[in-house]
Design a protein around this ligand. Structure first.
Ligand code: HEC
Length: 177
């Protein structure tokens, strides 16, 4: 069961990735608009961890089951939160969304409570419709222990978001009620 879902996910990512590469080629955009040589910036997009995101407002939490078993929290800067509240799509330039993720673990004090264990990734989406025209207007970054993940991981971001939530400006998370 576990294995099957991993295989399925890989298949989806492979198929959609081909589509994204074709789209980028069609648009004629440079493949790495954000490459800066900055070791703290993500490959392809040049996105860095935004300052102060731990103080940003909540968009929504999420619980991810097998095989990742993670608790997640998406937060947004003021531009993103204001757009959410207005129900505005696409998001305006300057909107930034950050997703924090942790393995969940049982609370030592309360059996049925799952609480954050070790932090796994922090993921970032930055809206800049000109700079990131080839990827739906969003630049992507995935960080592990504060350092950007490798190129191969960044080749999957737009592909999956494009395949599944293009009609929601490539954003999965809805404002929690
Ligand atoms: C196989 C599909 C898939 C891939 C690949 C993927 N994501 Fe996502 N992403 C999701 C889903 C599903 C959610 C919403 C659920 C959740 O919170 O985990 C999400 C949520 C996000 C969010 C919060 C905003 C939103 O859209 O809800 C950010 C930021 C994000 N992803 C960044 C990235 C980055 C950066 C990469 C590449 C390094 C990436 N994603 C690759 C599926 C994917």
């Amino acid at each position: 069961m576990k294995l099957m879902s991993v295989v399925a996910l890989t298949a989806v990512a492979t198929v959609v990735l081909t589509g994204a590469t074709a789209a980028a080629a069609q648009s004629g955009a440079t493949p790495n608009p954000g490459a800066t040589g900055n070791p703290n910036a993500s490959p392809i997009y040049g996105v860095t961890l935004p300052e102060g995101y731990r103080n940003w407002q909540l968009v929504a939490p999420a619980l991810e089951g097998e095989p990742l078993n993670e608790l997640r929290t998406v937060v947004g800067n003021k531009i993103a939160i204001d757009a959410y509240k207005r129900g505005e799509l696409p998001f305006p330039d300057g909107a930034v969304l950050v997703k924090l993720a942790w393995k969940y673990t049982q609370s030592p004090e309360f059996k049925s409570a799952l609480v954050p264990g070790h932090a796994t990734t922090v993921q970032v989406m930055v809206k800049d419709s000109k700079k990131y025209a080839a990827s739906g207007g969003w630049g992507y970054g995935r960080f592990i222990d504060g350092k950007p993940a490798d190129l191969a991981q960044h080749q999957t971001c737009f592909a999956c978001h494009n395949a599944l939530v293009k009609n929601r400006d490539y954003v999965f998370t809805r404002l929690a009620p």
